[in-house]
Design a protein around this ligand. Structure first.
Ligand code: FE
Ligand code: ZN
Ligand code: FE
Length: 181
């Protein structure tokens, strides 16, 4: 049977988001573990709590719709998580790795912001303001998470920029001269 209504698309996109959020529930603890900066780690732990809450909101919406949340895999989130885990495996210094993890995490937040903006608009159009409000709550959390990462990046990127090749060789040279003395 052809799926031809906006309601069908709405349910499809909600399933995609459900898959995205459940993938993140697994990925965020790994990002927290890989982060060296305490505040960054805490930000991921906090966003993990919010993400579990976001999964519950979606389940609530599916219950109202009388639909199942499962059955779709979010390929976009799968790709973003894969890129993040590839980065975390690389041999960067702590500060540079943290800067990279932030970059990956902000890609995730922007993806979610776009997706929740879409489904919230659909919910309003379909005459489901209660679902629209639930989706807006999540949308605001994603925006706040992104903002928090921007704030942390200011400090962490500055620390990472001190890790230039020139600085490394200076450090090595001074270590060598200390040994020689
Ligand atoms: Fe989320
Ligand atoms: Zn997706
Ligand atoms: Fe998020």
């Amino acid at each position: 049977m052809q799926k031809d209504s906006l309601q069908d698309l709405y349910v499809d996109e909600l399933r995609d988001l459900y898959s995205a959020e459940t993938q993140l529930v697994k990925a965020l603890p790994k990002m927290a573990k890989a982060a060296s900066n305490d505040q960054l780690r805490q930000a991921f732990e906090e966003h993990l709590r919010q993400t579990s809450e976001q999964v519950s909101r979606l389940e609530q919406i599916f219950e109202q719709l009388g639909e199942k949340p499962t059955g779709k895999k979010c390929a976009g989130m799968e790709g973003l998580v894969k890129e993040g885990s590839e980065l975390m495996k690389e041999d960067f210094s702590d500060e540079v790795k943290d800067a990279g993890i932030i970059g990956g995490a902000q890609r995730v937040e922007h993806y979610e912001i776009a997706a929740y903006g879409t489904v919230r608009a659909f919910a309003e159009l379909l005459g489901k303001p209660e679902q629209g409000s639930l989706l807006e709550e999540t949308l605001n959390e994603e925006k706040q998470a992104d903002q928090k990462l921007t704030e942390l990046a200011a400090e962490i990127n500055a620390a990472a920029s001190q890790r230039s090749p020139a600085m490394e060789s200076l450090r090595e040279r001074s270590a060598r001269s200390k040994r020689a003395a």
